[in-house]
Ligand binder design. Sequence first.
Ligand SMILES: [Zn+2]
Length: 167
Amino acid sequence: MPSRGRETRFVADAMFGSLARKLRAFGLDTAYHREGGDEGIMFTARREGRIILTADRALHARAEAAGVPSFILTGRTDRGRILSLLASAKVSGVRVIRGGRLCSLCGARLVTSERRLVERLVPAPVARRHRLFYVCVSCGKVYWRGSHWKKLSALERAFGKRSSGRR
Ligand SMILES: [Zn+2]
């Protein structure tokens, strides 16, 4: 059992909704700060022990001045932003530790489920093709290893190589 609570946690600012969903799918607990000002995101980061992810240099500077960990992300695609995140982590001496996959919608834990328990919740061809499903313990969204999952896996490999750290 991986010990819970050691994983790196982030809070993404409003620009980074799709990045937040990907990071959750990679097993990184990422809150998404959809609205509220700099104070709000800094408060969440401090209270929940999260690193701020932002492209806003003013927010980044405020966070740093207040002693709140923050990464400034560059890149126009999520892939570019992820590489930028890993570069920032390296510079800051932060080792990015991933847990199990999380629900991309709400960030809660996923549990595995047999087909018969979810077959009415997914399209019939999907139910026929897959045996194992993953269900969010909070919002109930059902996942399976389909094309979306494969696309994420390609991105995850790039991530994994750089986040494993040296032993
Ligand atoms: Zn969920």
